[in-house]
Ligand binder design. Structure first.
Ligand SMILES: Nc1ncnc2c1ncn2[C@@H]1O[C@H](COP(=O)(O)OP(=O)(O)OP(=O)(O)O)[C@@H](O)[C@H]1O
Ligand SMILES: [Mg+2]
Length: 403
């Protein structure tokens, strides 16, 4: 369908319903607004980051099927030229998206992709069992005894994760059978929906891990340069681009990403998380949307991951093959240390003074809690490791204070 946006809030508007209004959704909203779209930003709490820039907002529990159906039903009766539902997080009542897609609603990239990636089991079974691609060895378990058996079968160390969790919640490393009881309890207490199934994965002793941003668009599939990252306590701390890879590993990574994203279908950007060991590449997981480690593209690419996503979902052109890099670059996060309302981000000027290439994105979240991501420092450099050092130095100037 051709893209010809009329004024937002009129019957000729192109409307995006963003399900999830965090810092990634905020950048998607900004890119959509630049193209003249109407954005309805949705989240479970008021004043979320993306709500602050969108024309409209709604506060609902997106995991509640009735609430989600009511919201999307109302949007469908509101006249507009085009309506797209754009999931920005995993915790959504995806059966509702499947139903409404059947009735003709455009869900990005597809309702099935949202469904399969909302829990680890759907995507893992698709990639490892249906597509036969390389992943860590794994087992799904429903009891502490099954975890014990899995560790015996897979061999320690293993990683245990609730099937419904993100940002490392409920995840831990099992170094031996002695760790099973505590790890099981932790996983049961910390999953998104409380107690339930876990995945036990053999620990992959990778050389490095990357995010391969993969864009499915009207002209085919394109790739961004590989993004390297460091994870701590389940969330990324630093990312940089490009991450150096052997030609063989890069080729394998792209093949794998192409097969996974083809199986999920639709158009949009995907963050394909991969483990690399020598020239061998293993699939870890995929987000059918912009990826947090991809924030570094705000420093490195003329069309960052959010702009690429918006173009792809609207059917607009995306560079073919490899998306050009303007410069190597990096991002480093600023996390809150403590709980607090109306948090203040201090040290922005100091961060910017570190280097002329530094930029800061402040997410403007209404409250802070320990380890909540509040801002990010971006930097460029002659190579990725220089950019990394600058981004890290800039982020170390940022501080979250209570008002
Ligand atoms: N099988 C494994 N072997 C080695 N390391 C692993 C394994 N699984 C996960 N990790 C490490 O833990 C990190 C987080 O794992 P994963 O991406 O599965 O969790 P997540 O909760 O979905 O995180 P996020 O939502 O931040 O992407 C990985 O990026 C990797 O560093
Ligand atoms: Mg991950």
């Amino acid at each position: 369908m051709s893209f010809a946006p009329g004024p937002p809030l009129t019957s000729s508007a192109v409307r995006l319903v963003l399900l999830g209004s965090g810092e990634l959704g905020r950048e998607v909203a900004i890119e959509a607004l630049r193209l003249g779209c109407e954005v309805l930003a949705v989240d479970r709490y008021a004043d979320a980051s993306a709500m602050q820039v969108a024309q409209r907002h709604a506060v609902i529990d997106m995991t509640d099927p009735a609430a989600l159906r009511a919201l999307l039903g109302a949007e469908r009766t509101r006249p507009c030229a085009r309506l797209l539902v754009v999931p920005e997080l995993e915790a959504i009542a995806t059966p509702v998206l499947l139903e409404l897609e059947e009735e003709g609603l455009h869900v990005v990239p597809t309702a099935r992709a949202a469904r399969l990636t909302m829990d680890r089991e759907g995507i893992r079974r698709l990639v490892a069992e249906e597509l036969g691609l390389k992943t860590s060895a794994f087992r799904f378990c429903d009891s502490e005894q099954e975890v014990r058996d899995a560790v015996a079968a897979l061999g320690a160390p293993c990683v245990i994760k609730p099937v419904m969790s993100s940002s490392g919640k409920g995840q831990s490393v099992l170094r031996s059978a002695d760790d099973v009881a505590d790890a099981w309890t932790y996983a049961q207490e910390s999953g998104r929906v409380g107690a339930g199934r876990v995945i036990v994965e053999a620990f992959v002793d990778f050389d490095y891990e990357i995010t391969l941003l993969t864009i499915r668009h009207v002209g085919g599939t394109s790739f961004c340069a590989p993004i390297g990252h460091v994870q701590e306590d389940g969330d990324y701390r630093e990312s940089w681009q490009p991450h150096a890879m052997s030609a063989a590993a890069l080729h394998a990574a792209r093949e794998l990403a192409q097969q996974v994203t083809d199986a999920l279908g639709g158009t949009g950007i995907f963050g394909v998380e991969l483990f690399v060991r020598g020239d061998e590449v293993l699939f870890s997981e995929v987000s059918p949307r912009p990826h947090d480690t991809g924030m570094t593209t705000m420093a490195t690419q003329a069309l960052n991951e959010f702009a690429l996503h918006v173009r792809a979902i609207l059917g607009l052109p995306v560079p073919a093959g490899e998306v050009p890099l303007l410069s190597p670059g990096a991002s480093a996060v600023c996390l809150a240390a403590a709980q607090g309302d109306a948090p203040v981000i201090a040290g922005v000027a100091e961060a910017m003074a570190v280097d002329p290439s530094v930029d800061v994105r402040v997410f403007a979240k209404p409250d802070a809690r320990p380890n909540r991501r509040m801002a990010v420092a971006l930097a460029r450099g002659e190579d990725a490791s220089t950019a990394r050092a600058i981004a890290r130095a800039a982020a170390s100037c940022l501080r979250v204070d209570s008002a």
